[in-house]
Design a protein around this ligand. Structure first.
Ligand code: ACO
Length: 320
């Protein structure tokens, strides 16, 4: 019998503190009107000073494990997709493992920025299909606001903090139908944090820099490309997809992608207005909201598509 992997639990967490567009107007030369019309974002969540990425991940993970009706100790693989780890090392996954009281199995981070969750889901799927794991906890978690220059209106209005998680388990029926991952490092300069830590000092610029227009065009192009790649691979057409769950960066990127795919927006999960771009957390946050609100139902077909710095992009087509 073929082994599949299937999502059996979802969860998410957004920090308590919110920062609305109106509040941002007070500290940077922008307006609620500009942000809403250009991005669709209305508000974002900001982590408390004591909250780290692994704390956000912990809350989302606990909800996903409970939703899956498993005990923490049933988890034998933890993958955290993050651009904002608590420390250089140990990995955020190891710190999360300790918080969950798990002391067995593998735990590691994946760094593919906003495509991180799709990358992590793909790796977990392969671990399960190859028999190396039974119950994987796959998390996208970010304290992305730590990477922002709050005086740079080109970038600081776009991002927020949050975490989303799924439990992916061994299953006799699908499950994940396919994943496709891509990267091309020649686009590194288009979106990056060019600073790093060297000999205990920050070297270079440790905040997000971006060519917004170029990112916009690239994102629409590859999100539609990778969606069609997944459909072709599975001999499916777009009308067989119940839900598109795209990376939540900008409503105009999402609408342009849906338009290219000839998919009505009523079949797209959109949460960007509530939390802005939460990088690796954005897709599992949207997935969790779709499930909790009863829109995504068991047996439905979901197409997850992501794009992010690197550049990286990818898809996961699955039966929920
Ligand atoms: N408030 C007011 N004005 C602003 C702001 C702001 N927050 N930010 C930029 N501007 C100004 C610029 O300075 C520029 O002014 P100028 O014309 O005088 O030079 C002007 O607005 C640009 O306006 P538009 O051309 O209308 O902006 P555009 O429609 O290109 O939208 C945006 C800009 C929102 C950045 C868009 O290009 C975008 O969303 N790009 C994608 C960026 C993104 O999503 N990055 C996230 C990471 S990538 C990822 O997740 C895939």
């Amino acid at each position: 019998m073929t082994t599949f992997s299937k999502i059996i639990g979802v969860g998410s967490y957004l920090p308590e503190t919110t920062l609305s567009n109106a509040e941002l107007e007070k500290s940077v030369d922008t307006s609620d009107e500009w942000i809403r019309t250009r991005t669709g974002i209305e508000s974002r969540h900001i982590h408390a000073p004591h909250e780290t990425t692994s704390d956000l991940a912990f809350h989302a993970a606990q909800k996903a494990i409970q939703h899956a009706q498993l005990a923490n100790t049933d988890i034998d693989l933890i993958i955290v997709a993050t651009t904002t780890p608590d420390m250089v090392f140990p990995s955020t996954a190891c710190l999360l493992q300790q918080k969950l009281g798990i002391h067995h199995g593998a735990a590691f981070d994946i760094q593919a920025v906003c495509t991180g969750f799709v990358y992590a889901l793909s790796v977990a799927d392969l671990f399960i299909k190859s028999g190396q794991a039974t119950n994987a906890l796959v998390v996208g978690a970010e304290t992305f606001t730590n990477l922002l220059n709050w005086q740079d209106r080109n970038t600081c209005v776009l991002f927020g903090d949050g975490a989303g998680a799924v439990v992916l388990s061994k299953s006799n029926d699908p499950g994940i139908l396919s994943t496709h991952l891509h990267a091309d490092g020649k686009y590194a300069d288009m979106l990056c944090v060019p600073g790093h830590v060297m000999n205990g000092e920050t070297s270079g610029n440790p905040t997000v820099t971006m060519d917004g227009g170029a990112v916009f065009k690239f994102a629409v192009k590859v999100l539609s490309q990778v969606s069609l790649e997944a459909l072709t691979h599975n001999a499916m057409t777009i009308d067989q997809v119940d839900w598109l769950i795209p990376h939540q960066a900008n409503i105009r990127i999402i609408e342009a992608t849906a338009d290219k795919l000839k998919l009505p927006m009523s079949k797209v999960i959109v949460t960007v207005q509530k939390h802005g771009n939460t990088s690796a957390a954005s897709i599992p946050l949207a997935l969790d909201e779709g499930v909790r609100t009863g829109r995504i139902k068991p047996g439905q077909t979901c197409l997850l598509v992501g794009v992010g710095g690197g550049f990286t992009w990818g898809s996961a087509l699955l039966k929920f």
